[in-house]
Design a protein around this ligand. Structure first.
Ligand SMILES: Nc1ncnc2c1ncn2[C@@H]1O[C@H](COP(=O)(O)OP(=O)(O)O)[C@@H](O)[C@H]1O
Ligand SMILES: CC(C)(COP(=O)(O)O)[C@@H](O)C(=O)NCCC(=O)O
Length: 256
């Protein structure tokens, strides 16, 4: 039984994974690398249904998280967590980034996840704290784009005195007739329009190729209704990819 962890800038997502599916899963928001990890992990896994025999992790926080996770696992007599580095080879991929190790390891995981689900040519949009776009052709990562995610977009407006503290409004108004509606509709519909536009631009860069368009991350469901092009929501791309990578190698760097 594998315990898979996807630790992003906003939330930690985990799944107890058997074969190709999850038996138990959870998620919680955190306050970054300096969070009170011992309490958060203790609370989250107090009722884990089975002891993991392998722990595989992608994380983008750095800082003290890895050490805290290792200490927690050791205290439970669990195996040492294997934290995957941003090395495309560990995910069965080749990256065309100038510095492949600079790409977020979560992005390698979503691409490996797309491969694990049988997609060969795909534009993958992961709607998390940041929105990442990755172009996958076979096992080649052709590059991508990064833009702020929905919460960051809304929070940036919240800094302005005329908007600060505004309640959530209706997302489906156009034109909006109140500040609350204008902010909510502007952010969600604007982000969807940006995603549609950038995916079209990426597609136009390879006019002879047909790409599947995949959507994942915490805001995927919320953005999906506003997208004009056809996307498939693949909610577990990171876990699919991490599961594949964990199978490829049991020798990822031990945490800490
Ligand atoms: N329960 C939730 N708590 C916090 N953010 C949520 C929640 N549900 C959806 N979201 C949205 O999902 C985004 C985070 O998505 P996620 O894929 O978990 O990001 P990350 O991997 O960067 O932590 C947030 O920016 C927010 O807009
Ligand atoms: C772009 C990201 C911040 C996305 O993180 P997330 O939204 O999943 O928390 C992360 O993948 C990252 O730190 N990437 C490094 C830079 C890059 O991928 O080019």
């Amino acid at each position: 039984m594998k315990l898979l962890l996807d630790v992003g800038n906003t939330r930690l997502k985990w799944a107890l994974w058997a074969g190709q599916m999850s038996l138990q899963r959870g998620e919680f928001t955190h306050q970054g690398s300096d969070s009170d990890w011992p309490s958060l992990l203790q609370r989250e896994w107090a009722n884990l249904s089975e002891k993991p025999d392998q722990i595989a992790v992608v994380e983008v926080l750095g800082g003290g998280f890895q050490k805290e996770l290792s200490a927690f696992a050791a205290a439970q007599a669990w195996p040492a967590p294997a934290v995957f580095p941003a090395d495309p080879a560990r995910f069965g991929l080749i990256s065309h980034y100038h510095q492949p190790a600079q790409l977020g390891v979560d992005r390698y995981a979503v691409m490996a996840g797309a491969r694990a689900l049988g997609f060969d040519k795909a534009i993958i949009v992961n709607c998390g704290t940041a929105v990442t776009f990755d172009v996958l052709m076979g096992h080649h990562h052709e590059g991508g784009l990064i833009m702020p995610g929905l919460r960051l977009m809304r929070d940036s407006l919240d800094q302005l005195s005329g908007i600060h503290g505004m309640t959530l409004g209706a997302e489906d108004t156009l034109p909006a007739l109140s500040t609350a509606d204008a902010v909510s509709a502007g952010c969600v519909q604007g982000m969807a329009a940006a995603i549609d536009g950038l995916v079209k631009k990426l597609q136009a860069h390879w006019p002879d190729e047909a790409f599947d368009r995949l959507l994942s991350g915490g805001d995927a469901q919320r953005l999906m209704p506003w997208l004009k092009q056809e996307f498939r929501i693949c909610p577990d791309l990171v876990f699919n990819g991490l599961n594949l990578a964990a199978g490829l190698s049991l020798e990822a760097k031990p945490a800490g």
